[in-house]
Design a protein around this ligand. Structure first.
Ligand SMILES: *Cc1c(COP(=O)(O)O)cnc(C)c1O
Length: 220
């Protein structure tokens, strides 16, 4: 199946409330343009350098999502154009995003990455840490806006475990939503990838990050 067919099949089954981020990491610009021609505008990359190069070369109405782990010293390269940073997992990083956004005279939307998986390899903060951050630190950061949470389930074929982890993130999201703070407008739950997005949507996701189901397997 072609990229366009994959994308159309996926989009046809998607509820209108769910935003699809097409994860184009490791894929060439020509693949991105195939998806672009079907109307796809949200694309996700996990390396800042790759995202910068693609953004330079490709149409300016693409919304670029940084879905990977973010190194603080590289925030400056994407601060001028990034649409949404999914992987905020500490205050120092958030402060750096705020500082760089200020230089570009813009507000950068961010998601707090919550660790829901059992595996140690997954990044993210605890729900308690996220809550403290929203209650005490975010109000002073005028050039960022926290718009939701992001999470990755454990890489397993245990359906119940994945479901539990997604449900936990939904619960955490609802809890954080009740916090009223400036620079905070909780509306997005980014969860679900190629292998588990239907389940994620059933558990309340409204933003999915799908790569291989659209572009095919990655060769690293
Ligand atoms: C690579 C990646 C995805 C997409 O994974 P697929 O299984 O190819 O859909 C989603 N989210 C993050 C954070 C990723 O790094």
């Amino acid at each position: 199946m072609s990229i366009q067919q994959n994308l159309n099949t996926l989009i046809n089954d998607l509820p209108e409330t769910v935003t699809l981020v097409a994860v184009s990491k490791t894929k060439p610009n020509s693949d991105i343009m195939e998806a672009y021609h079907v109307g796809q505008r949200d694309f996700g990359e996990n390396k800042i350098q790759d995202m910068v190069e693609k953004a330079d070369a490709l149409p300016k109405d693409i919304r670029w999502h940084m879905i990977g782990h973010v190194q603080r010293n590289k925030v400056k390269y994407m601060a001028g154009f990034v649409h949404l940073i999914h992987g905020i997992d500490n205050l120092k990083l958030l402060k750096e995003v705020d500082k760089q956004a200020q230089k570009h005279n813009r507000i950068i939307d961010c998601l707090l990455q919550i660790k829901i998986a059992e595996e140690d390899s997954k990044f993210g903060m605890t729900a308690a840490h996220a809550k403290t951050m929203l209650q005490t630190d975010v109000a002073a950061l005028k050039n960022i806006r926290i718009v939701g949470v992001m999470g990755m389930a454990t890489f397993t074929d245990n359906h119940d475990q994945i479901k539990n982890e997604f449900q936990r993130l939904k619960t955490i999201f609802e809890d954080l939503k009740s916090i009223v703070s400036p620079n905070c407008e909780m509306k997005t739950i980014s969860m679900g990838m190629s292998g588990d997005y239907p389940l994620a949507i059933a558990c309340g996701s409204n933003m999915i990050r799908v790569g291989s189901s659209i572009f095919g397997a990655r060769n690293y």
